[in-house]
Design a protein around this ligand. Structure first.
Ligand SMILES: Nc1ncnc2c1ncn2[C@@H]1O[C@H](COP(=O)(O)OP(=O)(O)OP(=O)(O)O)[C@@H](O)[C@H]1O
Ligand SMILES: [Mg+2]
Length: 251
């Protein structure tokens, strides 16, 4: 299988605070990785490092054969972010722009498509996320779940090679969780490679091919979903049960 992303011996601290100490993993083409770990273990920092928003202290992040931390200028970074798209934990829509302008933004920024071509693309992607015809609504008109899906539509509109999902189901009711997970599954069926950061164990089990768990600043576990659910390692059991409890309390 073709490796498209390779994290090799990543170290990262904020001042005295050590976050990652020797994180290693690979993402293969078409694969969905689940990245789990307690709150504050550095999952979001890792995703931000992958798109060069955060500078690692040592180690290598390779996208295909290119070293991401070699991408220092804005042009290379913006090219990288066309290929690896980050669907933010918050959804991060522009409040003052309507749905059309929010989704079309990367197309106006990075392509030479005409206005009509952009209208067609936005309509297509809205159909894909089952929100046809909402171009003129403002983010404040949308439910939290709809906002997340519009954020995901923006993340996918340029056909990125990798989508990084940061807690896409957090804070959503069961119906909206279902909408978000089925959208991710739909993209996965079309060959989308992705990394899902989540506390939502059932969503990770449904969506992912492999599960990685960050414990003690390293990838403590890297295995298939089956190996994860059938593990009798007390750390993993405790972890999975603790997370399940956390998710239950949050809902
Ligand atoms: N820019 C920063 N400066 C200093 N510390 C930071 C910075 N960004 C993150 N941290 C710290 O790094 C640690 C890891 O943060 P991160 O947001 O990656 O955690 P997380 O695993 O995503 O947690 P959660 O599950 O709650 O989203 C936290 O202790 C956080 O406070
Ligand atoms: Mg986070």
């Amino acid at each position: 299988m073709e490796t498209i992303l390779n994290l090799n011996n990543i170290h990262k601290s904020f001042g005295e605070k050590r976050i990652h100490q020797g994180v290693n993993f690979e993402l293969h083409k078409g694969e969905s990785l689940g990245l789990l770990g307690g709150s504050g273990t550095g999952k979001s920092v890792l995703l931000r490092s992958i798109i060069g928003l955060e500078k690692i202290d040592s180690g290598k992040i390779l996208f295909h054969d290119k070293e991401v931390q070699g991408f220092t200028d804005e042009l290379n970074l913006s090219k990288l972010r066309l290929k690896i798209s980050y669907s933010f934990q918050s959804g991060a829509l522009f409040d003052s722009l309507n749905v059309f302008d929010n989704i079309a933004y990367p197309l106006f920024e990075h392509t030479k498509l005409s206005y009509v071509e952009i209208q067609v693309k936005v309509a297509q992607v809205l159909k894909l996320i089952d929100l046809e015809g909402i171009e003129n609504l403002m983010p404040s008109d949308l439910s939290g779940g709809m906002q997340k899906r519009v954020g995901m539509a923006r993340a996918m509109i340029l056909d990125p090679e990798i989508i990084l999902y940061d807690e896409p189901t957090a804070g959503l009711d069961p119906a909206n969780i279902e909408n978000v997970v089925s959208l991710m599954l739909k993209l996965k069926e079309r060959g989308q490679s992705s990394i899902l950061v989540t506390h939502d164990i059932p969503a990770a089990i449904r969506f992912c091919d492999r599960i990685l768990i960050l414990i003690d600043r390293k990838i403590y576990f890297n295995g298939t979903v089956e190996e994860f659910t059938e593990s009798d390692d007390p750390n993993i059991l405790k972890f999975a049960q603790g997370q399940a409890k956390e998710a239950h309390h949050a809902s």
